[in-house]
Design a protein around this ligand. Structure first.
Ligand SMILES: *Cc1c(COP(=O)(O)O)cnc(C)c1O
Length: 451
């Protein structure tokens, strides 16, 4: 997994994925009523890789999809329609038709989409809901804040007449049995997330009172638990959030409603890292610069919005030994333990893309990186290697799951690492195909180009 063929790879700690799935299950089991239906789904955009969806499904976590492509991936992974929820804001008429046919759950985004559903005459047992925006305001990252006054998502509840319209919409549609919110992702305060869930719960109660029976039977409370990108600590935890929800919205857990969650980042981020070889070490204007193979093609948000998405970088020598002074520092996966502490300097960690801003860390104090070393980008298990950017026709790196023999309680020597393929690195042939290779002569205007 090193060398010139693969100077960049994504790694996923499979035990850590199973641990975070288990933490999610137990956090909600702790506060839910006996026998209350709770379906946890994984927001596919955070890790759109079939074996990862399969692993999560095996951990009892279904799929939240937001496009025909994501739905196809969930199906390819074997996720059952009963455990699949479709949430995109731009569903086409054919997608709606398909969703009703396959029996996946679906949350409509707006009045026009509801009208399209009307035309499809849904069955009473279809699992259909409406997304609402409680308009509670944003979090630390604008682009991640879905509950602002003018957010593009859901029905804006505080707009004039909107609440009464929603209640009427449910009264007219006995098949509308769910209510959905997702007030934001990374950067939202937990209290704001819980307030969004409370607003959704209160609206469900109001609808049910107006209709005269419990028509809304399921509340989909979205995802959005933020990830700590500063240290190894998992904070906030699922248990923190579940307890806050139980305090803020006690009725959520009294057993009258089925629940759906849609966590993405918090399930995978800390289980993954990206490891890149340092190709050259240079200096400019007195600033040391490590030129690595990890840049905007894998760390899109970190490169383009570095203040909102800083990530930790760790330095390893060519053998995979940590270059950090702390003895607590783990060796890179697959390396012998130990460290070869070296002098720390402020340096830029750059990627391979041909634009100046292609840096994953700026002026960062780290052990000096040298050619042949490896830079590891930590906490990148969600959104990073599954959402590549096609700049400079750089190939998508391979992604590998790993397990330690010790994790599997095998008799084998502890520390034995086993790698399992998740995604093969993109080949040059695949790149050519993706880039119109089949239509080489199409623009020459000659007759033979048309066939
Ligand atoms: C992105 C998204 C999620 C997951 O958000 P995370 O911050 O990754 O947990 C859940 N639901 C919807 C509707 C989303 O758009």
């Amino acid at each position: 997994m090193s060398g010139d063929q693969q100077p960049l790879a994504g790694l996923l700690d499979l035990a850590a994925v199973r641990e975070s799935a288990a933490a999610l299950h137990s956090a909600f089991a702790e506060v839910a009523a006996d026998g209350q239906r709770v379906l946890h789904t994984f927001a596919v955009k955070a890790g759109s890789l079939v074996p990862v969806l399969r692993l999560l499904d095996d951990c009892g976590i279904g799929a939240e999809v937001a496009s025909p492509g994501e739905l196809a991936l969930a199906r390819a992974a074997g996720v059952h329609p009963d455990r699949t929820v479709l949430d995109s804001p731009a569903k086409t008429a054919s997608e709606l038709h398909e969703a009703l046919n396959t029996g996946i759950a679906l949350n409509a985004d707006n009045p026009e989409e509801l009208a399209r559903l009307d035309a499809l005459r849904p069955d009473a047992d279809a699992r259909l809901g409406l997304r609402v925006n409680p308009q509670l305001g944003g979090g630390a990252i604008d682009a991640m804040s879905t509950a602002t006054a003018t957010s593009k998502f859901g029905v804006a509840l505080r707009d004039e007449g909107a609440r009464a319209w929603v209640v009427r919409a449910y009264r007219q549609r006995p098949w509308l049995t769910r209510l959905h919110c997702h007030v934001g992702s990374q950067g939202m305060a937990l209290e704001t997330m819980a307030a969004g869930v409370r607003a959704t719960y209160e609206l469900a109660e109001e609808i049910n009172a107006a209709v005269g029976h419990q028509q809304v039977s399921t509340l989909d409370i979205g995802g959005g638990l933020p990830v700590n990108f500063d240290t190894d600590e998992i904070t906030p935890s699922y248990a923190d959030y579940a307890r806050l929800l139980a305090n803020t919205v006690p009725g959520l857990f009294d057993g009258r409603y089925g629940l759906v969650t849609e966590f993405g980042r918090s399930l995978l981020a800390k289980a993954g890292s990206i490891v890149a070889r340092v190709e050259y070490a240079k200096s400019a204007g007195g600033r040391p610069i490590a030129v690595t193979h990890a840049g905007a093609q894998v760390a899109v948000r970190t490169v383009f919005a570095p203040d909102a998405w800083p990530i930790r970088v760790r330095a390893y020598d060519p053998k995979g030994l940590s270059k950090h002074a702390s003895t607590a520092e783990p060796a890179a996966v697959g390396a012998a333990t130990g460290s070869t502490a070296v002098e720390e300097v402020a340096q830029d960690v750059a990627g391979p893309c041909c634009f100046a801003g292609d840096l994953v860390a700026r002026d960062r104090v780290l052990p000096r990186l040298e050619a042949g070393d490896h830079a590891a980008l930590l906490d990148t298990g969600a959104y990073y290697f599954s959402n590549p950017f096609g700049y400079n026709s750089l190939p998508r790196p391979g992604v590998y799951g790993f397990t330690c023999a010790a994790d599997e309680a095998q008799e084998a020597h502890s520390g034995d690492i086993r790698f399992l393929p998740v995604r093969s690195p993109q080949s040059v042939e695949e790149l050519i195909t993706e880039s119109g290779g089949a239509h080489r002569d199409a623009l020459l205007g000659r007759a033979e180009a048309a066939d």
